[in-house]
Design a protein around this ligand. Sequence first.
Ligand code: FES
Length: 110
Amino acid sequence: MDCQEIQVLELVTFYPWFRQRPYGRFHFRVCRTLPCALGGAGKTFAALEKLLGVKGDPHHGALVSEDGRFSLEYAECLASCGTAPVILCNDDFHEKVNEARATELVAACK
Ligand code: FES
């Protein structure tokens, strides 16, 4: 394709629907834009990391559980800023997701 690896990496990391590795069967996306960040998205993300058993640097793509069942990543504004923090689990939208609600959502995936 006559391009350098860095150009491919730039492309893949810029557009959210390109993936660097396969997502889990249940893929969680946590909005991190300012209203959700102020509403506790960081705590929700940390709770999901523990609940899903994923680790790593979320700034380098989705975190995937060892069994490939779950994955987690940050997302930009999901267009419901008044109900922060907001997440997606696959295509299902969830608002005001605190640690307790995150626990319920993960339990429903098992
Ligand atoms: S900032 Fe999270 S939905 Fe808009």
